[in-house]
Design a protein around this ligand. Structure first.
Ligand code: ATP
Ligand code: MG
Length: 495
């Protein structure tokens, strides 16, 4: 060995390397052929000049740091937390070995970091001069389990983890394309006050969609789903979109139709959207007037003017727009809709009846979801969130009032009352009752009128209100409903 080392010092570098490699191979042949293991090296960089980043290297790191055993069984760990992320990431220090198993096979992982040939120099190793890799070791008989099964499993799991940890984005279009901002909306299905069966139905539909890639493809359908959220203002349509995005971990593309010049631009915007995203058009009934499929008239002078200076002429644009209903229909369920996959379309409106039926048909809007006024169940959910109470002696009264005044108070208005009285549950509930009384005037009076008409001047659940009533076709009567302190009963006075 000593003589060999001495000879090597007189050889040129290239010859020395060639000799080293030959000796290494000889060593392997002599001693490693009896080794029952297979070694797989996952290098950080690959390619002839090591300039291609190996995605599988990153995925291996992500996968290994997710293994519970990495945290539990190691005395030495590397810890990382970035500026943007609150979660902590663990990784393997060099030369530490971590054991894993897959399909009955045991595997061992080690991370190595070596100085690159010809790189570095001096005592300080620059990161660019390091050659980092994972070494995966397993027994030879397990080769068919590991390759490709285990490797595919790692890629799949790592992609899911990376997607879960990635920051969501909210994109909005302007005249230059999409602009993005971080999306941190806290709305979830737990924070939304919805009838339980509705929430479960929506979640089941989302789950079926998210796990349905194979099903959609087998049946020759683009992997997409459309939801129409409709209902009065303040009933949670926008909050529901945020909850769906958080549930599926999807980005949101908030498409502002008033800023889209024509079908060509619509198509181009669509093609720029990524997988795992929700494309939203809010208030579809009032954003723009879309010429329908039979209307081909356009005013080119106005149109050109608007196109030349769109920001100065936003109002003009859609008077002359070449953005048509057929464009939008193709966008949601035509050839263009397949330009990207794994996407959800959500349209919202306060007036479903104003929408073209073609837009609403299944395949475009697969599920029509009515978000409506606050029910007693929704009220209890909001009270639990904002006041921290599950029950209260006034609940029966609130329930009674809500039964007399259905369809009157929106979840937004209810939430507002509860938030502004969150430190005093009694006061909050009295405010809620007052609001219900004020809003429910017509139906409470009607209930009083019915009682009077039936000759019953005392009725339960009445509220202090007054108004002119029509007792019969010929006679107008004025009645006053007097509420008693407890609100449990009231008297109807006929003046
Ligand atoms: N079902 C609900 N559960 C909990 N909070 C709700 C609900 N509905 C509305 N809110 C609250 O009311 C506010 C307004 O809700 P949101 O913007 O989602 O209503 P919207 O239906 O989109 O209204 P608009 O039709 O005017 O756009 C939000 O702050 C939200 O937290
Ligand atoms: Mg909204």
């Amino acid at each position: 060995m000593g003589v060999l080392a001495l000879v090597q010092t007189f050889l040129p570098v290239s010859l020395r390397r060639w000799l080293d490699r030959g000796l290494e191979k000889l060593w392997d042949k002599l001693f490693h052929s009896a080794d029952p293991h297979v070694l797989v090296e996952v290098e950080e960089r690959a390619g002839p000049s090591r300039n291609v980043y190996n995605l599988f290297y990153r995925q291996s790191g992500v996968y290994l740091s997710s293994l519970r055993s990495a945290i539990d069984s190691h005395m030495r760990l590397k810890v990382f937390r970035s500026n943007e992320d609150s979660s902590i990431t663990f990784s393997l220090p060099d030369k530490e070995t971590l054991e894993d198993s897959f399909g009955g096979a045991r595997v061992w992982w080690t991370h190595t970091c070596r100085e690159k040939e010809g790189g570095g120099g001096g005592n300080h190793i620059m990161s660019g001069d390091e050659k980092r890799s994972f070494i995966l070791k397993f027994l030879k008989p397990d080769r068919s389990i590991i390759i490709p099964g285990y490797l595919d499993h790692i890629s799949k799991l790592a992609s899911e983890i990376e997607h879960r940890n990635a920051h969501r984005h909210l994109y909005t279009n302007n005249f230059r394309g999409w602009e993005e901002i971080p999306f941190n909306h806290p709305s979830t299905f737990n924070t939304l006050a919805l009838p339980t069966d509705l929430a479960n139905r929506i979640k089941a539909d989302l789950d079926a969609y998210a796990n349905g890639e194979e099903f959609y493809h087998r049946n020759g359908r683009a992997w997409k789903r459309g939801y129409l959220l409709y209902g009065p203002p303040g009933t949670g349509k926008s909050s529901m979109i945020a909850a769906i995005a958080n549930y599926l971990q999807f980005d949101i593309y908030d498409l502002e139709l008033s800023k889209v010049l024509d079908n060509g631009e619509l198509k181009s915007l669509l093609m720029q959207t990524a997988r795992k995203s929700i494309i939203v058009i809010e208030d579809i009934d009032c954003t723009v007037q879309l010429p329908d499929r039979t209307d081909s008239s356009t005013n080119s002078a106005v149109e050109n003017d608007a196109k030349l200076n769109p920001e100065a002429n936003p109002a003009l644009i859609h008077a002359s727009s070449r953005l048509t209903l057929s464009g939008l229909l193709n966008f949601t369920d035509g050839l263009w809709s397949c330009c990207g996959e794994e996407r959800i379309f959500i349209f919202t409106t306060n007036h479903k009846d104003r929408l073209d039926p073609a837009l609403l048909r299944p395949g475009r809007m697969d599920m029509h979801i009515l978000l409506s006024y606050c029910t007693f169940e929704a009220f209890k959910k909001l009270a639990s969130s904002y006041l921290g109470i599950e029950d209260h002696e006034l609940y029966a009264e609130v329930n009674n009032l809500m039964t007399h005044t259905p369809h009157q108070i929106t979840p937004a208005a209810m939430a507002e009352i509860l938030i502004s009285n969150q430190s005093d549950a009694d006061a909050a509930l009295k405010h809620v009752m007052n609001a219900l009384i004020t809003l429910g005037k017509p139906s409470i009076i009607k209930s009083g009128v019915d009682q009077v008409a039936n000759g019953n001047e005392k009725c339960n659940g009445g509220i202090l209100q007054s108004g002119v009533i029509k007792r019969s076709k010929s006679r107008r009567k004025r009645c006053t409903l007097l509420i008693l302190e407890s609100m449990r009963s009231c008297k109807v006075q006929v003046d």
